[in-house]
Design a protein around this ligand. Sequence first.
Ligand code: FMN
Length: 395
Amino acid sequence: MKYNFEQPYTFANGVTIKNRIAMAPTTTMSSYYDGHVTNEEIDFYKMRAGGVGMIVVEVANVTAGGKGFEGELSVSDDSDIAGLSEMASAIKRNGTKAILQIFHAGRKSNSRILRGEQTVSASAVKPNRPAEAETPRALTETEITAIIHAFGAATERAIKAGFDGVELHGANTYLLQQFYSPHSNRRTDKWGGNRDKRMNFARAVIHEVHDVISRETNGQFLLGYRLSPEELGEPGIRLDDTMVFTEMLSEAPIDYVHTSMGSAWRTSLNDPTDKEPILDKLVRQLDGRKPLISVGSVETPDDADAVLTAGATFAAIGREMIREPHWYEKVVGDDEESIRYRISPYEMDELAIPVAMQHYLEGAFYSVMHFTNDCEPVPDYTNALAPMEGFEKKM
Ligand SMILES: Cc1cc2nc3c(=O)[nH]c(=O)nc-3n(C[C@H](O)[C@H](O)[C@H](O)COP(=O)(O)O)c2cc1C
């Protein structure tokens, strides 16, 4: 074995992943208008399956009101199961595990996407950005309970569809994060008021999903939690908040923690005097209690091994897996020379990149995709994902 990441990993529940490379979730924005899976999405994942240990599929909304953008995958209705089954079986090739990322977008949506409905969140606070963001309405207690149950129902659908796990998308300022953030959560009931109470929504979702997994599977099903370590702006989540949250996760019934960062070596965005990589802080806080998936600008095999050496259990690869679907096979097949580290718009069809995704890669993501110089950025007419916190800063 040339690289450490070639070693398998067995989770506490007995599920073995054949190597330590995960494909990070990368939204293709290519589902049907109703969130059903398209052939383009299946082809995208099929081409990237077989080598890496697991693929975390792009985010899917657990309720219709939780939709964050057009072309988003849905797991909110039983009619989604058939397409999701095809997707899971396309991924589960040659031992690759399929994990479905699930979320509710909360206030990071708009009334156009929600067909006239107002967005919702923990509290009625307008996001700092983008400037045109709408002010959400605060969820009622009954609605909060319904959303928690919807996370459970979505998990049941993922199980029926044949996925090997679900990942709660608690990052990138979506609803799970909105409940923890002192910016978006100003509640004074049991769902807010202080830092501990702001964790109650995440705790409740984890327990609901865990209960469904215990009831509907033999335990061989993974539950992950993804978080963004910091928010920009005041007030906002700071690293000490994240360490407290990580402590909660360390003791929670989840199988792994997954970070969301543009660079695995990122240091604090808010405190420039703090030079310690966030990865080191998280490894120390977790103290071996949960495996960690680290992500962010991992491109070469040495990059992947470096995050494992720092204490991560898995290295996740996002953009490089878009550019190079056969990254893992090329590394272990002694063909590293042919790994693509840049991409031309002219090869995107050949790489099974769905057309809608091509447009936003050439738009919002142009500067971070390593395009060859035979193309120019195109206007971002998809109004795609707002850049994630810190994404544009350190990529
Ligand atoms: C095109 C694109 C789509 C993304 N979609 C998602 C998503 O659905 N869910 C999520 O948690 N992160 C999403 N991300 C973030 C990635 O999972 C990852 O954290 C980020 O790209 C940094 O990793 P990388 O440097 O290997 O690309 C997306 C990133 C890109 C570039």
